[in-house]
Design a binder for this molecule. Structure first.
Ligand code: ZN
Length: 281
């Protein structure tokens, strides 16, 4: 593969950092990488409204710098459902938290979009672990409102969710329909390979982790499937989920094993992501 796209990755201030991640990615043939903001704690900030706003700021500022320096970078910002859950547990007033997240943070994100600082939204969605009912409800409301923002500005939006196949797919479809957002803009990220067909047959885009054993289990349908490293840049978990620059080797392995066709590889690493992001290289 002469070049490739990493459709969902992170960089932090505690790990290798934005510059090292993008430099190494570009050096290995990467042409486009979507950098998605992390939780406030990943930037050494407290989990509060202020921490959320500051973390968005730091991410967009550092991401904007590498976008300018290297090119081929997309900057996505949002509020991770784990952050929503943590806030819901610690907040004294859920009503106040609702206003903070749904009105203040989303307004702030809208301003970032208008100013050209954010190219997309994410991660929004639902916690992938048992969470309180009110934090799940709040996460869903916030996701719908973010989807409306994605609709108004025609932005890609990345969804983080526990992937439970049809239940997840149908419920996300309802949220998107309510927001009147085309599923062409919705990427369900970190989807188990065997569940990919459930989402793509409904019209979603999905991204799967670029490991050869994952790619080998996709089957024959690879349209609307994107590849992600979901690299966390967390010094406590080095190399998790995988390094962006290891994608070509892993894809090559699956192709040479005969479990992934070269055409599928090209679709997932080049054609589908450019179509999803609406980018020409
Ligand atoms: Zn992620």
């Amino acid at each position: 593969m002469d070049w490739y796209v990493d459709s969902h990755a992170h960089a932090s201030t505690a790990g290798l950092g934005y510059e090292a991640v993008v430099r190494e990615f570009r050096r290995s043939g990467g042409r486009l990488i979507a950098l998605v903001g992390l939780t406030p704690s990943s930037y050494g900030l407290e989990t509060s409204l202020d921490g959320v706003l500051k973390s968005i700021d730091i991410h967009l500022q550092l991401c904007g710098k590498v976008r300018e320096e290297f090119g081929g970078v997309l900057c996505l910002a949002g509020v991770h459902p784990a952050t929503v859950d943590r806030l819901a547990r610690s907040s004294r007033s859920l009503d106040a938290l609702y206003v903070d997240l749904v009105e203040r943070v989303l307004k702030y994100l809208e301003r970032c979009v208008r100013e050209g600082l954010a190219d997309g939204l994410g991660e929004f969605g639902r916690p992938h672990y048992p969470a309180t009912p009110e934090s799940i409800a709040l996460s869903e409301v916030l996701t719908v409102k973010a989807m409306e923002l994605a609709r108004d500005y025609s932005l890609p939006i990345h969804i983080h969710s526990k992937s439970s196949g049809r239940v997840t797919s149908e419920s996300l479809k309802i949220l998107a329909r309510y927001a009147r957002l085309s599923l062409e803009r919705v990427l369900v990220h970190h989807v188990p390979p065997t569940q990919a067909p459930t989402y793509i047959s409904e019209g979603f885009y999905v991204s799967v982790v670029g490991r050869s054993e994952v790619l080998s289990n996709l089957g024959s349908r690879c349209e609307r499937v994107l590849v992600e490293s979901d690299y966390l840049d967390d010094p406590r978990r080095p190399g998790a989920v995988m390094y962006p620059w290891d994608i070509p080797r892993e894809v090559g392995e699956a192709v040479s094993r005969g479990t992934l066709t070269p055409d599928c590889a090209r679709e997932m690493l080049q054609r589908s992501p450019l179509r999803y992001y609406g980018v020409e290289l």
